[in-house]
Design a protein around this ligand. Structure first.
Ligand SMILES: Nc1ncnc2c1ncn2[C@@H]1O[C@H](COP(=O)(O)OP(=O)(O)OP(=O)(O)O)[C@@H](O)[C@H]1O
Ligand SMILES: [Mg+2]
Length: 220
C-alpha cells in the first residue's frame, strides 16, 4: 500500500521569470519503506520533501497521503495530518528559540492534546541529550539542535518520518548513533524518507531516489 504518492508533480516559482524547481515527479512510497533521496545541491530535494509532507502544495499534479488527495483538504485537515502522521526533521532545524530542548520535544504532543513529559525526556535520552534538556537552542551546537529536531519528530510516534540531512551536522560517532536510531524506527514499521549526502545511510535504505535538475533520474 502506498502511504505517499506523487503524480506528475510540478513546482514552479515565478518572480519575473518562471523557475521550474520540480518537473513531472512520479513517486510511490510504500508503507514501511525506507527511502533515501540523493542528488546535488539545488536539485530540488528539500522542495520535494516539503511537498511529500504537505507543507507545500504543488503547482501542478497530485499528492496523496494515505490515499487521500491533499488538494481536497482544507488547511485545518492538512495541519492535523502533519501533526499526527508526519514527523519532520528540517535541514535548518526549525526549533522554537524561546523554548528549551525539552519544551521543543514536548510541543507536538501538547498540540495533539496528549502531553507526555516522560516520553519527551526518554526521546532526548535516545538522542544522547539528557544533559541538555533545559538548554535553549541558541545555547546549543548545530549537531545538538539537529538531535533535538529528531527527538521532536518522533514525539507523536508518527507513521511517517521525513528527514532532511539528519546527520549533516554531526560528527561520525553521533552520526552513527542517529543512524542506528533511524534503523530502529524503520524496524518498528515507521516509513522513513531521508534526504542525505551520507553514503552509509543511502546504503542501508531500501530504495534510493536520485534527483537532478528537479527530476527523478533513477529509483522512482
Ligand atoms: N521560495 C523559492 N523561490 C524561488 N526559488 C526557490 C525557492 N525555494 C527553493 N528555490 C530554488 O529551488 C531549487 C531547489 O531547492 P531545494 O532547496 O529543493 O534544493 P536541495 O536539493 O534541497 O539543495 P541542498 O542540497 O542545497 O539543500 C534551488 O535552485 C533553489 O534556489
Ligand atoms: Mg535541501
Amino acid at each position: 500500500m502506498n502511504i505517499i504518492e506523487l503524480k506528475n508533480v510540478e513546482k514552479s516559482y515565478s518572480n519575473g521569470v518562471s523557475l521550474r524547481i520540480l518537473d513531472n515527479i512520479n513517486l510511490e512510497i510504500k508503507k514501511g519503506d525506507f527511502a533515501a533521496i540523493v542528488g546535488p545541491s539545488g536539485s530540488g530535494k528539500s522542495t520535494l520533501m516539503h511537498i511529500m509532507g504537505a507543507l507545500d502544495r504543488p503547482t501542478k499534479g497530485e499528492v496523496y497521503i494515505d490515499n487521500k488527495n491533499i488538494a481536497k483538504m482544507g488547511d485545518r485537515e492538512l495541519a492535523e495530518i502533519r501533526n499526527k502522521k508526519i514527523g519532520f526533521v528540517f535541514q535548518s532545524f526549525n526549533l522554537m528559540n524561546k523554548l528549551t530542548a525539552l519544551e521543543n520535544v514536548s510541543f507536538p504532543m501538547e498540540l495533539s492534546g496528549i502531553p507526555d513529559e516522560k516520553k519527551a525526556k526518554m526521546l532526548l535520552e535516545k538522542v544522547q541529550l539528557d544533559h541538555r534538556m533545559n538548554h535553549l537552542p541558541s545555547k546549543m551546537s548545530g549537531g545538538e539542535k539537529q538531535r533535538v529536531a529528531i527527538a521532536r519528530a518522533l514525539a507523536n510516534s508518527p507513521p511517517i518520518i521525513l528527514a532532511d540531512e539528519p546527520t549533516g551536522n554531526l560528527d561520525s560517532k553521533t552520526g552513527h548513533a542517529i543512524m542506528d536510531l533511524l534503523k530502529d524506527i524503520h524496524q518498528n514499521g515507521t516509513t522513513l524518507v531521508v534526504i542525505t549526502h551520507d553514503k552509509a545511510i543511502a546504503e542501508i535504505a531500501k530504495k534510493k531516489i536520485v534527483m537532478k535538475d528537479g527530476k527523478i533520474v533513477s529509483g522512482r
